[in-house]
Every structure is written in C-alpha cells, then in structure tokens.
Ligand binder design. Structure first.
Ligand code: 5GP
Length: 193
C-alpha cells in the first residue's frame, strides 16, 4: 500500500426522517478506525438530544455567513429555511492523511461535491414510502406542523435526485439497511480503480 494513499470520500443523503442518523450511528459503532464523520455547521436550532460539536456546530446566521465569506466551506446549502455547510480544511486534512470521510448532506450540497470530487462514492437512503416518512417525521415530535410540511416539500424535490447516486439503500428494515451500508463501504474501500 502506498504511503500517500488518500482517503475516500463518501456522500450519504437521505430525506429527514428516513433513519439515516440511526443507520450512521450503527455504522460508526462498527467502524471506529480509518473513517471520519464530518460534523457540519448549521444555523438550525439544536433538537433536545443534540450536542454542539457532535451532531452539528450550531451557529447564528451571522457566524455562518462570515464562514462563507472566509471561504471555509467545501459546500453549503439552504435547506428548509436553515443553512448547512461542510468544513473544507477538515475534509482535506483527513483525506490527505488517508482517512475516509463521510459527509451526510442533502442533494444540493451533494451535487456540488459530485462535481468537485468525481471519484466520491454516493449513497442515497430511500424511504419505503412518502407516507411512511411523513408519519416518522411527525412521530419524532421535534418539528412544528409548518416545519413538517416544509420538509416534506424538500423531500419530494430530493427524491428526484435518486438516480444521480451510485447506491440506493432502501430503509424498509433497519438492520438490513445497516448491513447494506456496511457492504457498500467495505466493497468501496477494498476496491481500486
Ligand atoms: P437536519 O436539520 O434534519 O439535521 O438536516 C437537514 C438536511 O441537511 C439533511 O438532509 C442533512 O443531511 C443536510 N445537511 C446536514 N449537514 C449538511 C451540510 O453540511 N451541507 C449540506 N448541503 N447539507 C447538510
């Protein structure tokens, strides 16, 4: 193995409520070494169980826009009324050190990453149905009715991007979706062009 081998970049997208947080938590429990989760910056308010610096770096809109001005983001996007961005330096630092990086981002950001990193590996977590997703989102009780409606509109847009992703993982059964993500990861890290 070459000493200068770079890490691989994985992009995971999935609509709100699809269960990608749970799938990724399971993934990181099983893959402690050699892979890094890129914590994004957001202007969204933290949900009750979320921790600053772990789930997101929670900032004000002013702080976020300052980071945009300072060219700190690899990509950023507005989603459902909030801003989200991926830190550029952290991602490059990890990839250059040979560490694989996972970005959990929505479709507009993913499109930018696909253009900048043609070799990135793209995975879309697919909900069993729109109705199921809406009911999961409501069941979570973290969003107002208006926010749920806004997110469902965003989801309908996002699902149009499915075929731009190399892998679609259907989350109709959690354990099976977790296994599929693990298989994709193992295949991709052991697979050379
Ligand atoms: P949530 O508010 O539910 O945590 O996230 C809303 C959406 O923003 C999700 O689709 C999530 O994947 C996406 N997201 C999180 N971080 C980033 C980021 O840094 N950039 C982009 N473009 N999307 C992000």
């Amino acid at each position: 193995m070459s000493k200068n081998k770079k890490g691989k970049l994985f992009v995971v997208t999935g609509p709100s409520g699809v269960g990608k947080g749970t799938i990724l938590a399971d993934f990181f429990k099983n893959n402690k070494n050699g892979v890094f989760y890129s914590v994004s910056m957001t202007t969204r308010k933290p949900r009750p169980a979320e921790k600053n610096g772990v789930d997101y770096i929670f900032v004000s809109k002013d702080e976020f826009l300052k980071a945009v001005q300072n060219d700190e983001f690899l990509e950023w996007a507005e989603y459902s009324g909030n801003l989200y961005g991926t830190n550029k330096n952290t991602v490059f630092e990890k990839l250059n050190a040979g560490i694989n990086v996972i970005l959990e981002i929505e479709t507009q950001g993913a499109k930018k990453i696909m253009a900048k990193f043609p070799d990135c590996i793209t995975i879309f977590i697919v909900p069993p149905s729109i109705e199921e997703l809406e009911s999961r989102l409501r069941g979570r009780n973290t969003e107002s009715e208006e926010a749920v409606q806004k997110r469902m509109n965003a989801v309908r847009e996002e699902l149009k991007m499915l075929d731009k992703y190399q892998y679609n993982i259907l989350n109709d059964e959690l354990q099976s979706a977790c296994c599929k993500l693990q298989s994709v990861y193992e295949y991709e890290i052991n697979h050379e062009e």
